[in-house]
Design a binder for this molecule. Structure first.
Ligand code: ZN
Length: 283
């Protein structure tokens, strides 16, 4: 079972700024300038539908050393979406990001933080680790730079900090981040990307001395793999024969026809045409 991660190691002086809902044509560029100025790396949870037309910003985020992650395509409450829709939401954004950066994301944040075992497992089947947060700045409410800065200053070792660069009030966020970064650095905290923060595995609850559950990084599947009895989202360069081979160890006609027939409503009349992100039942 895939569990979501809320924070990093509370014994290491590292924290991760995360920014949701971008890319945004003004806010994201202003934020990148601020982060650059302080030499700070962060993680951006992008919305697939916001990427169209902002591909150069996505490239710039990567070029400047930040990490890109998946925040779904159009920000639905995934608890209210059926399996196919959840997989389509995540696969769309994975594919768009991979097409631009050459690399599919490893992390996913559920919109509104709404997730459960079903959604987490679907994300896991695409190689995505669900990420929540341990510190919510509530910056999207637009309560002012001071209020956001006050929240940012609550960061402690291992904190995953939730901010937004794709909402109307994000200009306040960027100002607050600009003020808080040097103060937190003075406290000895280092700003890192999520992948750096979670090198040794993350924690599923706020840091507590009791029973932190560590998820070793090696448990994260590197690529989506079709499994009989489960759903599978079509990956680049897949055809039915390849999917059959990955599912059963054999891509012969009998095998791929079995998959075709189970999904004929989705694939349509031509079994040679399957699209990336199409979600198939593997019988
Ligand atoms: Zn969001």
């Amino acid at each position: 079972m895939i569990q979501s991660i809320d924070s990093g190691n509370p014994n290491i002086d590292q924290i991760a700024l995360t920014f949701d809902d971008g890319p945004h044509s003004e806010h994201t560029l202003n934020l990148l300038a601020v982060l650059n100025q302080h030499g700070v790396k962060a993680t951006f949870f992008l919305l697939g539908e916001n990427i169209n037309g902002h591909e150069s910003i996505v490239k710039q985020i990567v070029q400047e050393g930040h990490l890109i992650a998946n925040h779904s395509k159009s920000h639905p409450d995934l608890l209210k979406c059926d399996d196919h829709t959840v997989l389509e939401q995540l696969t769309y954004t994975n594919t768009v990001i991979e097409n631009i950066t050459g690399k599919a994301p490893a992390y996913f944040r559920p919109p509104y933080g709404e997730t459960d075992d079903r959604v987490n497992n679907l994300a896991g089947s695409l190689g995505l680790t669900p990420i929540m947060w341990s510190l919510d700045t509530n910056d999207w409410k637009g309560l002012g730079v001071d209020a956001i800065e006050k929240e940012l200053m609550k960061a402690t070792p291992g904190s995953i900090i939730l901010c937004h660069d794709g909402v109307p009030a994000s200009n306040q966020t960027i100002e607050a981040v600009n003020i808080a970064i040097p103060k937190l650095q003075q406290q000895g905290l280092n700003f890192v990307t999520l992948s750096e923060l979670l090198v040794g595995g993350g924690q599923t609850e706020y840091p507590s001395a009791d029973s932190p559950i560590n998820i070793p990084h090696s448990s994260i599947p590197p690529i989506a793999q079709p499994v009989p009895g489960q759903k599978y989202a079509v990956q680049p360069e897949d055809d039915l024969s390849k999917i059959a081979e990955k599912s059963y160890g054999d891509g012969n006609e009998q095998s791929w026809r079995k998959i075709y027939e189970a999904n004929i409503n989705i694939i349509g009349s031509d079994p040679s045409i399957i699209k990336i992100g199409m979600v198939l039942d593997i019988p």
